[in-house]
Design a protein around this ligand. Structure first.
Ligand SMILES: C[S@@+](CC[C@H](N)C(=O)[O-])C[C@H]1O[C@@H](n2cnc3c(N)ncnc32)[C@H](O)[C@@H]1O
Length: 272
């Protein structure tokens, strides 16, 4: 995330490490997305596309004409390079953009997708959802994948965990409210929770805790020096504590991850 924090979030650690897949469920989840919406020759917007891994995947395997946006310029450079390397430069386009203010006119895309995207990372989550809906054509689908609170957590603890993770998380009913307020209908969701989904971020690695998504090499040669340089020793200790504190919540079912799809009505309805 591009922001001024005095301590690193777990999201920051993932971005600094340069990991290609930054959402639980990995390619299995993205394959599922390709199955629940028809992307063939459709104009698709991926919001918070990260390193372009899935924009390229959707273009290559599902025939999407895809535009990926991300706030972080390094992510966009990596995405453009990836699209060239994978031979999908002609069906992909990447832009630096803030999800709170998407640089597209209304009704521009057939489908909008975001995997572990910016709704909870931006200062005004409802505004991000509204933006995604604004740029989507009537009848289009919004597909979001996000971490969710599945159990009640006292307010103070909830804020602490969200700060450590690097973004706000919502309950399923809070998601329902946000999507409804944005004018969407027919919400459908699917449970993608569980530590085995975290494991799919790094296929082939044994994942027992969230920290295991980084190899020893990534921890010592990339994350550690970058965190030390940017946040000092205190930042490193804080990050270590965050991984220890947050990991069990993914195991005990307090935090899950959900795939949600909803539809923009065919006619423009006056907003409530
Ligand atoms: C957890 S990563 C997910 C990346 C990618 N979707 C994936 O699954 O691999 C979150 C991404 O959101 C981007 N991001 C954060 N805030 C954003 C904003 N306001 N607008 C656009 N992108 C944002 C970050 O730069 C980062 O690439």
């Amino acid at each position: 995330m591009e922001h001024q924090r005095r301590t690193p979030s777990m999201e920051d650690a993932g971005e600094l490490a340069g990991i290609e897949v930054l959402h639980p469920g990995g390619f299995d989840l993205s394959k599922r997305i390709g199955a629940i919406v028809n992307m063939k020759d459709k104009k698709v917007l991926e919001v918070a596309c990260g390193r372009g891994t899935f924009a390229c995947y959707f273009a290559k395997h599902f025939g999407a004409r895809i535009t990926g946006v991300d706030l972080n310029a390094d992510m966009i450079t990596a995405s453009i390079n990836r699209a060239r390397a994978e031979g999908v430069a002609d069906s992909t386009e990447f832009k630096i953009a803030d999800a709170s203010n998407l640089p597209f006119t209304r009704d521009s895309f057939d489908i909008v997708v975001s995997e572990c995207g910016p709704v909870g990372l931006a200062p005004d989550p409802q505004r991000v959802v509204n933006e995604m809906v604004r740029v989507m054509k009537p009848g289009g689908h919004l597909v979001l994948h996000a971490p969710v609170w599945l159990k009640e957590v006292p307010d103070g603890a909830r804020r602490d965990i969200e700060y450590r993770l690097g973004g706000r998380m919502f309950t399923l009913s809070e998601w329902d409210d946000m999507l409804r307020k944005a004018g969407l209908v027919e919400k459908w969701d699917e449970d993608w929770s569980g530590i085995e989904q975290i494991g799919k971020i790094r296929p082939g690695r044994k994942i027992r805790t969230l920290g295991d998504v980084f190899t020893l090499r990534e921890k010592t040669l990339v994350v550690l020096p970058r965190v030390l340089r940017r946040y000092g020793c205190k930042g490193l200790l804080y990050l270590n504590e965050s991984f220890k504190k947050v990991s069990p919540l993914f195991y005990d079912g307090t935090i899950g991850t959900y795939l949600m799809r909803s539809r923009k009505p065919d006619v423009h309805l006056p907003s409530s």
